[in-house]
Design a protein around this ligand. Structure first.
Ligand SMILES: [Zn+2]
Length: 383
């Protein structure tokens, strides 16, 4: 706590100044009644000491640009949408502004662009921003209750901020001297946040330029990836998406056909083990989904089949097991087989008697696990 301060405390939706008090870093400034409390990191000055305050200029300047833009946008929203538009709430940070306004309908792209165009027109006119204290009653008589957009001010004398007669409000925040100082207003998002309240998110001044740079470099990256001019990105992305959907559909159809064709081969290569037929596959080119389809199809067409497949996904070994209805009569359970095979792979597995899966991290044990399946099945068959 200082006897007086240059730091703007959090208030009116505006975030506080940062900076230094002596050697300590100011990270937050809040006001309780008439007392301003500075939160600092580092060496706290001793009580009674005289200190140098240094407000971080860039942050203050950027917040001021955003704050001033909030007033301008509030005015242009009213111009574009109608006089009923009222500021619901607002928030101003260094690189982000938010203005919630009351409006009955969701804003269209055209309305958002109009609000933005009008705001930038006000910026280009370089209108003066006048701040003056005046008695509450006089202010209300002269400007009406629209000065309380940012909330009711309880004091007798109120601080009126007049932005070139475009927007007049009672406000205690920090403002640019002229609208031209705001530089550029860019709305980045418009969305409905609750019934009757529309949210405009925006950047202004230096943060708007930074935003444009970010978007520019993102567009350049996409354009390079798609190997097309920026102007064609949307068209190329749309056609790529429909191409991808077609390829996926074809892949699915081909996969199903492959599974059907492979059934005969799986069944003919199955080995007789104590009265059941056993198929053990590994290094299958089919993905997990098709392996499962293959196992299901094969055990359906031959119920005495036990189907086991060990394969790799990413960094782990997987096992899929199906036991046909007839093979289950000899006491075999897919869950138990998957559990034992996955155990070999250093992991765990389980499932029902008909279908189970599992896996483990030991890729180097795949060959051993495959070799062990026959013994496992033989030991589980009821004599
Ligand atoms: Zn203000």
């Amino acid at each position: 706590v200082l006897d007086r301060t240059a730091f703007y405390p959090r208030g009116g939706g505006q975030e506080p100044d940062h900076g230094k008090i002596g050697d300590a870093e100011v990270t937050d400034v809040v006001k309780f009644g008439d007392v301003v409390i500075h939160s600092v990191v580092g060496k706290v000055p001793r009580s009674g000491a005289t200190v140098d305050c240094q407000v971080e200029g860039t942050r203050r300047r950027k917040i001021t640009q955003i704050h001033t833009a909030t007033h301008i946008l509030n005015g242009s929203s009213r111009q574009v949408l109608g006089p009923w538009v009222w500021q619901h709430s607002a928030f101003k940070e260094e690189d982000y502004g938010r203005l919630d306004i009351t409006h009955f309908a969701h804003l269209t792209q055209q309305e958002v662009e109009k609000i933005e165009d009008l705001a930038n027109e006000v910026v280009r006119k370089n209108l003066p921003v006048n701040t003056s204290f005046m008695p509450r009653q006089e202010a209300e008589e002269r400007y009406g209750f629209r000065i309380y957009q940012g909330g009711i001010v309880p004091t007798k004398s109120i601080r009126i901020v007049n932005i070139g007669n475009w927007d007049i409000e009672a406000c205690g925040g920090t403002h640019a001297k002229r609208t031209g100082d705001v530089g550029l207003v860019k709305i980045t998002k418009a969305e409905r946040v609750q019934d009757g309240v529309e949210r405009l998110e925006f950047v202004a001044g230096e943060s708007a330029i930074e935003y444009v740079h970010r978007m520019d470099s993102a567009l350049n990256r996409v354009s390079a990836t798609l190997e097309t001019q920026r102007e064609n990105i949307a068209k190329v992305a749309e056609s790529l998406k429909s191409e991808l959907e077609a390829v996926r559909a074809r892949e699915k159809a081909l996969g199903q056909r492959m599974v059907e064709l492979s059934t005969a081969e799986v069944l003919s290569s199955a080995k007789e083990v104590k009265g059941v037929k056993l198929y053990v596959g590994s290094q299958s080119p089919l993905g997990e989904e098709l392996i499962i389809a293959q196992g299901q199809k094969c055990t359906e067409s031959d119920p005495s089949l036990v189907y086991v497949n060990v394969f790799v996904i990413g960094n782990s070994a997987r096992v899929v097991c199906f036991v046909g209805a007839k093979a289950r009569e000899s006491g075999l359970s897919a869950g138990e087989i998957a559990r034992q095979v996955a155990g070999q792979l250093g992991g765990s597995g389980g499932g029902s008697a008909a279908f189970a899966q599992g896996g483990g991290p030991s890729l180097d044990r795949i060959e051993d696990a495959v070799q062990s399946v026959e013994g496992t099945v033989a030991s589980l068959v009821r004599g």
